[in-house]
Each structure stands twice: as C-alpha cells, then as structure tokens.
Design a protein around this ligand. Sequence first.
Ligand code: KIV
Length: 284
Amino acid sequence: MQNIKPVTSRTLQKMKENNEKITMLTAYDFSTAKYIDECGVDTILVGDSLGMTILGYDTTVKVTIEDMLTFTKAVTNGVQRAFVVADMPFLSYHTTKEQATINAGKLIQIGAKAVKLEGASDFIIDIVSHLTQCGINVVGHLGFTPQYINTIGGYFVQGKSYENTLKLLDAAKKLEAAGICALVLEMVPEESAKYISENLTVPTIGIGAGKYTDGQVLVIDDILGKYPGLVPKFVKQYADLKEIMKSAITQYNEEVKNGLFPFKENVFNLTEEEKSKLEYNLVK
Ligand code: KIV
C-alpha cells in the first residue's frame, strides 16, 4: 500500500515559509473529494457555499450545523491526504463559547482537521482563542464574509483603501494572535492582500484576492462550470460540466423514450436452458 503523508497545519506553515503555493478547493461529496485529493490539492474546504451549490439557497445564512456534519462526513470519507477544513455555519459559533466548542468538536470528530469562522470581532477572537486552546485548528476568514451579507448589504470588494487595508491587517493580526493556522481573504484588492500576507506569519489563502496570497481557493462548482448561477470575475472556469451533464441527460432521456436503452450489454439474461423452460411454460 502507498504511504500517504497527510497535510497538516504544520505542513501549511512550512509551505508559507518555503514560498510554496497552497491549493484549496471546496468539496461537498465523497467522489469529488476523492478526485480532488488524488489530484494533489493540499486542502479541501467543506464550505457553507454548499448552501448555494448543493441546497439551492440564495445565501449561506440558511446552512445549519446538521447540513455541515452530513457533507463534511461525505468529504472526509473520500480523503487520505488533503487537510479538510469545515465551515462553521451562521450562528453556530456566535451564541456562547460552549455552543461553539460543541459544534466545532462535532466537525472535528467526524474527520475535519480544522474549522473555519468568519470575522474578527472581540467575541470571535475570544472563540478562536478558546477553540485553539481545546486543540482545534481554526482557519479565519476576512475581507468579504458571506455570513454577514445582510449587514454588508451586497457582494462588495473589501479593504479598498489604505485605511481599510490597515484595519484588515489589524483584524488578521488579532486572529493570528488568537491562534488561527491559516486565513482566507475573500474579495480584497491584490495589493492589500499582498500587504496583509507579507505582514502575517500564518499562511493566507485568497479568493478574489489576487496572486500574492500564500494560497488560492475556489468553489469546485465554479471551476468545473457546474453552478447554474452567476460566476464571479475572480473565477477561472476550467471545464463546462453543465453542458456535459445536460448533453448526457438529454441523450439518456431520448434513448429511453425511443426504446433504445437498455442495450444488450446493459441487461442480465437467463441461460438458454432456463429461457426455453420459461418459453415452454408461457405457451402452455
Ligand atoms: O463557503 C465557501 O466556499 C467559502 C469560500 C468561498 C472561501 O468560504
């Protein structure tokens, strides 16, 4: 059997120190996670973006801890090497430290290697510090934070001025001091993300944050061209799965309706002897 060395938070830290880019993709199911892992992607995020890509919601705020547990389990079942990060959904870490610990603990106990939380308010910093003291890896998430969509009021680039970049760096440094092992930076100007990345010890993983972050993350449905909704500017679509799926489904539908499928190779047959007995009995 092949000896697979799993990626850990320490590996990610070393990659930053050695200027090696970190790759991350989202996954929500067993087979996709398995392929991503086999392709050598370093980290897999079970993102609460599954609210949109899998469950068809308009935002991530409707995703529950039960949803995250189901899909995180499916992903961890398919992974041998990649570092699996599970999103803590909206309000699953905001009520009390105890509730945050119980929810994070459930995600870790089903195989996630880290949890990701959005924001850096004093309350969140306190939670991050508590979770890391419990032995739970935490990934931070700053810039555009989708769980705050209702208070942000739209999908806007964050840190667009010198002052706002400094504010983001200050928030990132607080998260770093509280113990995060990596930081996702979403929809931040490239220059701001570069400045923040250079001034942090922990690796940054960017999405819509330019090329100078220590790693990159994208949503799997976006890069495969599967999601039916709007695809953001920062995405590169590497395949057109939507069209491949539609063409296969159309062909299947037509072949069944026209009595073509199943073909000879798709059916089970009786032996000639059993068949003749059946035919004999049928004519009796
Ligand atoms: O939920 C998600 O997929 C994310 C990424 C956009 C970073 O948080």
